[in-house]
Design a binder for this molecule. Structure first.
Ligand SMILES: O=C(O)CCC(=O)C(=O)O
Length: 252
């Protein structure tokens, strides 16, 4: 199996994305895909996340990270096949291919900033020096499981910042402060935003009493380590249910 065959078998069209979507990824660093998940699927995902939180208790999220003020779960693809769409959806894979060329899944996690918390500093999802265009290393996607609104902790992005070659923690006096060019990702549950992992972004304060559940499917170039090593953690169930093309995306 190779990247081209894997993506073809998973239904990624030759040529991948539409021209305007490629343009948005190149210039703004982000493409929004409305209605990618239907509401019954969103509801099943919400229920499964609630069950997993109940089951995992204090260990929830530990395969990648815990965050004060946000409910997080990690390694979701080994916990329910309902999350397979996060690493097999043709449009999302086409976007990852456009940014990274050769890639694999790094992790599938969830994040729900709790009422009154959740504000994050602007950050990129790559801790080494930020690369120049043509050498991007990571791509992320956020899957809205609740409507994202202006006051419930919607993700903020600084369009075009992936082309700066700089990290917000060095380029900005205060990465926690509102950025004059930031935009909020608002939209209905079922929307997916795929973004360049070097784009400056972060969660904002959930100023409501409700939840703001989301999944994050994170991709990395094939030569980089994964956030969750699938060779180490893929369960026999995962290995048995997936075809070779999806296994290639997981690097197992
Ligand atoms: O949940 C969000 O809005 C963004 C989360 C994020 O960027 C992170 O946890 O690194």
């Amino acid at each position: 199996m190779d990247m081209t065959t894997s993506l073809q078998e998973l239904g990624v069209p030759i040529g991948g994305l539409r021209a305007y979507q490629r343009h948005l990824l190149d210039t703004d660093g982000l493409v929004i895909l409305p209605g990618l998940l239907d509401l019954p699927t969103v509801e099943k995902m919400r229920r499964r996340l609630a069950e997993l939180h109940e089951l995992e208790g204090d260990s929830a999220g530990t395969e990648v990270n815990r965050e004060p003020g946000a409910d997080r779960l990690s390694n979701l693809l080994n916990k329910d096949s309902i999350f397979d769409v996060c690493f097999t959806h043709p449009t999302v894979l086409a976007a990852a291919q456009h940014i990274l060329a050769d890639f694999k899944l790094s992790s599938v996690c969830s994040r729900d900033p709790l009422p009154g918390t959740g504000a994050q500093a602007l950050h990129a999802d790559w801790t080494e020096a930020q690369p120049n265009p043509g050498d991007f290393q990571v791509c992320n996607s956020i899957w809205l499981l609740d409507d994202f609104t202006a006051d419930n902790g919607a993700t903020r992005f600084v369009p075009g910042s992936h082309r700066s070659g700089a990290a917000p923690e060095t380029a900005l006096a205060d990465p926690e402060a509102p950025h004059p060019e930031q935009q909020l990702l608002t939209g209905p549950a079922g929307t997916v935003a795929v973004f360049n992992g070097h784009l400056w972004h972060g969660g904002t304060l959930n100023a409501t009493n409700g939840s703001r559940r989301s999944l994050m499917a994170f991709y990395t170039r094939r030569h980089n380590p994964q956030q969750v090593s699938q060779r180490a953690l893929a369960t026999p169930e995962t290995v048995a249910r997936l075809g070779n093309a999806a296994k290639f995306v997981l690097d197992i």
